[in-house]
Design a binder for this molecule. Structure first.
Ligand code: NAI
Length: 349
C-alpha cells in the first residue's frame, strides 16, 4: 500500500506525544495543523487522503464540501462523540470513523471525581488552606452512602460510573433506550423511566450521546421535577443541558450543585488559555460565579491510558480503511439516527 497522507487538526502537545510514539509503525505521513477544522481551515486538507479531528473541530455542510473536493476520503475522529459532524452532508462521500471506547474508566472516574469534589468542596478547601484559612464553615457535604444516583445512558461509560457509585453504597437507577438487563441485575442497578429517574435521584450523571432527540434533555421542566438540592454531573455533551434553565434552577436553590466537564458553547473557550481576556459569553461567565458549580474544560478523557488508546485505535482505523477497505468503527448517517445501531446489532441498517 502507498503511504497515505493524513492532516491532523487541533492537536495539543499531549495528543502529539501519544501519536508520535506510534505513527512510525503505520504507513501514514502525518501533518499536524494547530488550528481547528472548519470552513475557514478546510482548504488546508486539500491533497490529504484523510483528516483526523477532535471534539470541537467542525464538519458542517460547507466544510464537508471543501474536504470532499480536496480529496478527503476519511474523517478519523479522535473521540467517541460525533455530534460535530454533519453526517448527512458526508454520507456516501467521506467515511467517518471514531474511537468508540478508549477508556470508559477515565471518563467515569472523572464524573465521580466531579461529584466528590463538588459535594465535599475539596476545591474550596484547597484554596482556603493555601490562603491560611483553616475554617470549615460552608464546607458541609452529604454522605453518598444510601443516596440515590441516576445514570442516564448505560453504555460503556455509564456502566462504569454506575458500578463505582454502587461501590459507595448508593442505590443506582438507570435509564437507557437499550437497557442491559443482565448487567443491571449483576450490579444491583434498577432501570426506570427517565422522568422517574430525575424525580427520584439525589445525583444525576449524564452519559448519553448528544443527538437531535437528546438536545436540552435537561430543561427547565426536568430541573423543576428534580429533588430539591439534587446534584447534576455532565461529562456527556454540553447541549444535553439547557444551560440558561440550569442557571435559573441554581439561582432558585433548586439544584444543589452542577459538575460540568462540558458546556454547550464550549468551542469558544475550552482547551485554550483565555486568562488574559474578558469573557464575552455571559452564560458561561454567570455559571462561573456560582459557588456550587464546578466547571472543567472537557478533560474527563485525559488520562495516559486513554490518550494511548485513542492514538492506537485512530491509527488502526486509518490503516484498516486505506489498506483493507474496512471500517470497523464507522459512523454513518443512517446508523447514527439511532445512536449507532451497528454497535449494538453488528450491522448498519
Ligand atoms: P456508548 O455509546 O457506549 O453509550 C451511550 C448510551 O447512551 C447508549 O447505551 C445509548 O443507548 C444511551 N442513550 C442514548 N440516548 C439516550 C437517552 N435519551 N436516554 C438514556 N440513554 C440514552 O457511549 P459511551 O462511550 O458510554 O459515551 C457516552 C458519551 O460520553 C459520548 O457520547 C460522549 O458524548 C461522552 N464522552 C465524553 C468525554 C469527555 O471527555 N467528557 C469522553 C468520552 C465520551
Amino acid at each position: 500500500m502507498d503511504r497515505v497522507k493524513i492532516a491532523f487538526f487541533d492537536t495539543k502537545p499531549y495528543d502529539q506525544e501519544y501519536f508520535q510514539r506510534i505513527t512510525g509503525n503505520y504507513p501514514a505521513d502525518v501533518k499536524y495543523f494547530p488550528m481547528r477544522l472548519g470552513p475557514d481551515s478546510a482548504a488546508l486538507a486539500a491533497g490529504y487522503d484523510g483528516v483526523c479531528i477532535f471534539v470541537n473541530d467542525s464538519v458542517d455542510a460547507q466544510t464537508a464540501d471543501i474536504l470532499y473536493r480536496g480529496g478527503t476520503k476519511l474523517i478519523a475522529l479522535r473521540c467517541a462523540g460525533y455530534n460535530n459532524i454533519d453526517l448527512k452532508a458526508v454520507y456516501e462521500k467521506i467515511h467517518v470513523v471514531r474511537v468508540p471506547a478508549y477508556s470508559p474508566h477515565a471518563v467515569a472516574e472523572y464524573a465521580v471525581s466531579l461529584l466528590l469534589t463538588l459535594n465535599r468542596k475539596t476545591h474550596k478547601a484547597y484554596s482556603r488552606i493555601r490562603d491560611g484559612n483553616f475554617s470549615l464553615n460552608g464546607l458541609v457535604g452529604f454522605d453518598l452512602y444510601g443516596k440515590t444516583a441516576g445514570i442516564i445512558g448505560t453504555g460503556k461509560i455509564g456502566q462504569v460510573a454506575a458500578e463505582i457509585l454502587r461501590g459507595f453504597g448508593m442505590d443506582v437507577l438507570a435509564s437507557d433506550p437499550y437497557p442491559n438487563g443482565e448487567w443491571a441485575q449483576k450490579n444491583g442497578v434498577t432501570y426506570t423511566g427517565r422522568d422517574e429517574l430525575f424525580r427520584s435521584a439525589d445525583v444525576v450523571s449524564l452519559h448519553c450521546p448528544l443527538t437531535p432527540e437528546n438536545y436540552h434533555m435537561v430543561n427547565g421542566t426536568v430541573l423543576d421535577s428534580m429533588k430539591p438540592g439534587a446534584v447534576i454531573i455532565n461529562t456527556g455533551r454540553g447541549a444535553l443541558i439547557d444551560t440558561k434553565a440550569l442557571i435559573e434552577a441554581i439561582k432558585k436553590n433548586k439544584i444543589g450543585g452542577a459538575g460540568l466537564d462540558v458546556y454547550e458553547e464550549e468551542d469558544e473557550y475550552f482547551f485554550e488559555d483565555h486568562s488574559g481576556e474578558v469573557i464575552q459569553d455571559d452564560v458561561l461567565a454567570r455559571l462561573m460565579t456560582f459557588p456550587n458549580v464546578l466547571i472543567t474544560s472537557h478533560q474527563a478523557f485525559l488520562t495516559r491510558e486513554a490518550l494511548g488508546a485513542i492514538a492506537e485505535t485512530t491509527m488502526n482505523n486509518i490503516r484498516d480503511f486505506f489498506e483493507k477497505n474496512e471500517l470497523p468503527h464507522e459512523v454513518c448517517y443512517r446508523c447514527a439516527q439511532d445512536s449507532c445501531v451497528r454497535e449494538k446489532t453488528g450491522k448498519c441498517f
